[in-house]
Design a protein around this ligand. Structure first.
Ligand SMILES: Cc1cn([C@H]2C[C@H](O)[C@@H](COP(=O)(O)OP(=O)(O)OP(=O)(O)O)O2)c(=O)[nH]c1=O
Length: 193
């Protein structure tokens, strides 16, 4: 069990991450941090998600001074190409067309840090996701719903539409949604020990 006396902060604006952390049945507060999420050519995806989660942690630790802070970053990788959040509807269309009929990998890097003790865990999870072949029309309909625009890879596995695109998943489902809760739970326990 997690000691309820230690304040826990989720530094994220993602409503999905808030929902996932609630599954751990802990009390926490959330606030957002403003970080420029820059992708670097040739950088390994694991390094990318850990780096971005650390950037978010560094920004978060300017706002709170004690307790446990959790941050995360999710990217979609297809054939070594990192697909972050789309910058336009056109880019969302291109991304979903690339994902159609293919298998990609979703990486989420996370930081769980105890500001009171100085202990910090930086880790990641990866999940393979296979899309069935998509029709042009269904991609356009999905983009019209607005849902792809704030999501890595331009889709949400948890969306009404998005769920219908997926034929197979290998690994942690919650990792795809944005927070690998089994690993995060273990990290919280390890860090307060
Ligand atoms: C692949 C996939 C991503 N996503 C989301 C999770 C993340 O919110 C988003 C990836 O962007 P992130 O930059 O990881 O997170 P964020 O900007 O939404 O939130 P913050 O940095 O404040 O924590 O994509 C889904 O919701 N479902 C999916 O199936």
């Amino acid at each position: 069990m997690i000691d309820k006396k230690i304040p826990i902060y989720l530094a994220s604006k993602s409503p999905r991450r808030r929902k996932l952390l609630k599954l751990l049945n802990i009390r926490f507060k959330s606030f957002s941090v403003d970080v420029r999420e820059e992708l670097q050519d040739g950088e390994h995806p694991v390094r990318t998600v850990k780096r971005l989660a650390m950037d978010k942690f560094n920004a978060a630790s300017k706002k709170v001074k004690e307790g446990i802070v959790i941050t995360a970053d999710t990217i979609v990788v297809l054939n070594k190409e990192i697909l972050g959040k789309p910058r336009s509807k056109k880019e969302a269309f291109e991304t979903l067309s690339k994902l159609s009929g293919n298998t990609h990998t979703v990486y989420t890097g996370f930081v769980v840090a105890n500001l009171s003790s100085g202990k910090k865990i930086i880790d990641y999870e990866k999940t393979k996701v296979t899309f069935r072949k998509l029709e042009r029309k269904e991609i356009l309909n999905y983009i019209d719903s607005g849902s792809p625009m704030d999501k890595a890879g331009s889709y949400g596995i948890q969306d009404d539409y998005g769920a219908l695109f997926i034929s197979k998943i290998n690994g942690c489902y919650y990792n795809v949604v944005g927070l690998p809760i089994a690993k995060v739970n273990k990290a919280i326990l390890d860090i307060i020990r």
